[in-house]
Write a protein that binds this ligand. Structure first.
Ligand SMILES: Nc1nc2c(ncn2[C@@H]2O[C@H](COP(=O)(O)OP(=O)(O)OP(=O)(O)O)[C@@H](O)[C@H]2O)c(=O)[nH]1
Ligand SMILES: O=C([O-])CC(=O)C(=O)O
Ligand SMILES: [Mn+2]
Length: 672
């Protein structure tokens, strides 16, 4: 472990008094005597003038405080005053830094290095079982006017499309009741990051403050952490303020479970689009703590996107090249744990096709005047993928991408220092001794659950063998088609094409899916998840639909499709479609549609494939008739339910174009 040398570095003579650099006030380990661990000492202290005029003395553990732009220093200073950490650690995103932070976490027992030679620089981490997923019930949008955040729901209806909190309540709950002194005895890490290629025209900067070093390691994988961002921020660019604390000041009231300190009873995640600020308290898990991801790149960004005329969406981005060599770029919006990572890294089961990955979770889309097309960038730099179900059969590229520089959370640890999760039975033999995600001993195949259903791998995108050459193109890639989809065990055909843009927006607005483990929901209920964004809207969903509808009025937009890999046989309950690598057969049909091939016919819900127009060669027995059927009773009920939902949830905010689509689709279904 590195122990920093005490005392200030040599400074230039003419430093202004405000930026005086002083010897560290106290060795940090003296202040944390109650803790068994020795802590590095502060390198130096500085005085920082805050917006309220106070000169605050700040201990700096690492980095050059005086090289930060003034607005960043004031921002950090403000939260040092509120959160009261021991010291500030300015992250540079370097490998040395990651090693140092990881070593500390290994020492503390939170991270386990994978000792199996198959893995290079990989770690396993187990969370407190009370902190395993996003917490939608504790996630809020904060605006003065409630209806800037959420739609006008019908009377006595509980809104499901985002949660609103007033500015006053937010101030009380977060800034007065939770955050004061919440970093006491801990180090505040300061992470300068970019969503999207640094300096790119579609990219945005952020600064995350966090007291959790697991977050430091993960942010470094998921975003571009680079000290050059300080210079860019100082010149012309604004940044999104991301403040995160696990809410466990020292001394600890009780020993953390699995060495994972968190405060699950008090979790609160707030978004203030007006201030471009995210405040997150109490959780160390993924979407609650890696604030660049859902909080910034979806909730805050969707609001920025509305104001600036672009889109921030929960979509994968991929390219497929047909046997003739023509390449298509596709975006697909599926709800959490519904197959985005899998599709983004598809291994095509049709000869001659090639698929490449640009992104697996989030797309920022903006019209490009030069090409006359909608372009997409992947704002992230890594994959935070669902582990269970990932195997060399289903997603070999994802598995391969996890072999180095990866952090696994809540998966099983095998006795030979490797990993296990449900779905790896073919690669890890039954009887292998493993420690499950809760730290208990068990064996592969003993019938017990080994990995948490929402266990994740966090791997750098550059590890992916099929990452696209242009995945870091600052201008993005030109999108040819947008696909919506969800888990629909009944009634919904394998694929259909929207009739036009408005119908496509309606298809997205009516998106539903069976609940998964990515959030706190349980059970197999079919839930609405409009645009696969239900947990991620940054503003009123009615206005969001308005914005989507208007996009097409200004510029030509891609065609829209809907897919369902998850339809089940009514009799056997088994999936009707093999999925995974065979999904290329559906993408092939979509590409041929883009070329104008006469392979679709009208149906009440959109354009469906003509019989035999999907290439099923070599698949054996597929019940295409059942897979493609559109049962009238099912759809009648489905449309009634959708109408109810949209009326109840969006009310007067529902754009008239969507009402019209509803009316027309109901009429078409009535006439089946
Ligand atoms: N039957 C079937 N299952 C699939 C298919 N594609 C993905 N899955 C399963 O769906 C689950 C989630 O897949 P992912 O690709 O990780 O989902 P995601 O949308 O990226 O999830 P988030 O990261 O939560 O947004 C895994 O268990 C997969 O095995 C498919 O084509 N057919
Ligand atoms: O946000 C998370 O924790 C993980 C994720 O990608 C999702 O749930 O869609
Ligand atoms: Mn996701």
């Amino acid at each position: 472990m590195t122990i920093y040398e005490a005392g200030p570095r040599v400074r230039s003579e003419n430093q202004s008094d405000k930026f005086r650099v002083l010897p560290p006030s106290v060795a940090i380990d003296e202040r944390t005597r109650h803790n068994s661990m020795t802590y590095p000492m502060a390198e130096y202290d500085v005085y920082q003038t805050l917006d309220d005029g106070e000169d605050l003395r700040i201990s700096v553990m690492k980095g050059e405080w005086n090289e930060l732009p003034d607005r960043a220093r004031r921002f950090i200073g403000k939260y040092v005053k509120l959160l009261n950490p021991l010291a500030v650690y300015l992250c540079d995103g370097s490998e040395d830094e990651a090693t140092e932070v990881a070593d500390k976490l290994v020492e503390r027992g939170l991270l386990f290095p994978l000792t199996n030679p198959k893995f290079e620089n990989c770690y396993l981490c187990r969370t407190d079982p009370a902190d395993v997923a996003r917490v939608e019930g504790k996630t809020f949008l904060v605006t003065n006017d409630r209806y800037d955040s959420v739609p006008h729901t019908a009377e006595d209806v509980v809104g499901e499309l985002g949660r609103w909190m007033s500015t006053e309540t937010a101030t009380k709950e977060m800034l007065r009741d939770r955050m004061p002194n919440s970093m006491k005895g801990r180090v505040m890490y300061v992470i300068p990051f970019s969503m999207g290629p640094i300096g790119g025209p579609m990219s945005k900067f952020g600064i995350q403050l966090t007291d959790y070093n697991y977050v430091v390691l993960s942010m470094r994988i998921m975003t571009r952490v680079d000290p050059c961002i300080w210079k860019k921020i100082s010149k012309d660019s604004d940044f999104v303020q991301c403040i995160h604390t696990i809410g466990v000041p020292r001394p600890l009231p009780k020993k953390p479970i699995s060495h994972w300190p968190c405060n699950p009873e008090r979790v609160l995640v707030l978004h203030e689009p007006k201030h471009k600020r995210v405040l997150s308290y109490g959780s160390g898990y993924g979407g609650n703590s890696l604030l660049g991801k859902k909080c910034f790149a979806l909730r805050i960004a969707s609001t920025l996107a509305r104001d600036e005329g672009w889109l921030a969406e929960h979509m994968l981005i991929m390219s497929i090249t047909n046997p003739a060599g023509k390449e298509y770029f596709i975006c697909a919006a599926f709800p959490s744990a519904c197959g985005k990572t899998n599709l983004a890294m598809l291994c095509p089961n049709l000869p001659g096709w090639k698929a490449r990955c640009v992104g697996d979770d989030i797309a920022w889309l903006k019209f490009n005047e030069k090409t006359g097309k909608l372009h997409a960038i992947n704002p992230e730099a890594g994959f935070f993928g669902v582990a269970p179900g990932t195997s060399s059969k289903t997603n070999p590229h994802a598995l391969d991408a996890c072999m180095k520089n990866t952090i696994f959370t809540n998966v099983g640890l095998t006795e030979d220092g490797g990993i296990f999760w449900e779905g790896l039975e073919d690669e890890i033999p039954a009887g292998t001794k493993v420690t499950n995600w809760m730290g208990e001993h068990c064996q592969v195949g003993d019938g017990s659950r080994i990995a948490h259903p929402n266990s994740r791998f966090c791997a750098p995108a550059e590890n992916c063998k099929i990452i696209h050459d242009k995945w870091q193109d600052p201008e993005g890639v030109p999108i040819d088609a947008i696909i919506f989809g969800g888990r629909r065990p009944r009634g919904v055909p394998l694929v259909f094409e929207a009739r036009d843009w408005d119908h496509g927006v309606f298809v997205g607005a009516s998106l539903k899916s069976e609940a998964t483990a990515a959030a706190e929901h349980t059970g197999k209920k079919i839930m609405h998840d409009p645009m696969a964004m239900r947990p991620f809207f940054g503003y009123n969903f009615g206005q969001y639909l308005r914005h989507w509808l208007d996009m097409n009025k200004k510029h030509p937009m891609p065609r829209i499709f809907h897919v369902n890999w998850f339809r089940k046989d009514i009799n056997t309950g088994k999936f009707l479609w093999p999925g995974f690598g065979d999904n290329i057969r559906v993408l092939d049909w979509i590409c041929r549609r883009l070329e104008g091939e006469d392979i679709a016919e009208s149906s009440p819900i959109g354009l469906i494939p003509k019989p035999n127009s999907i290439d099923t060669s070599g698949l054996g027995d597929i019940d295409m008739e059942q897979l493609m059927s559109i049962p009238k009773d099912y759809w009648k009920e489905d449309m009634e339910e959708t109408r109810m939902y949209l009326e109840n949830q969006v009310g007067i905010d529902l754009p008239r174009e969507i009402r019209k689509q509803l009316d027309q689709q109901e009429d078409r279904i009535e006439n089946i």
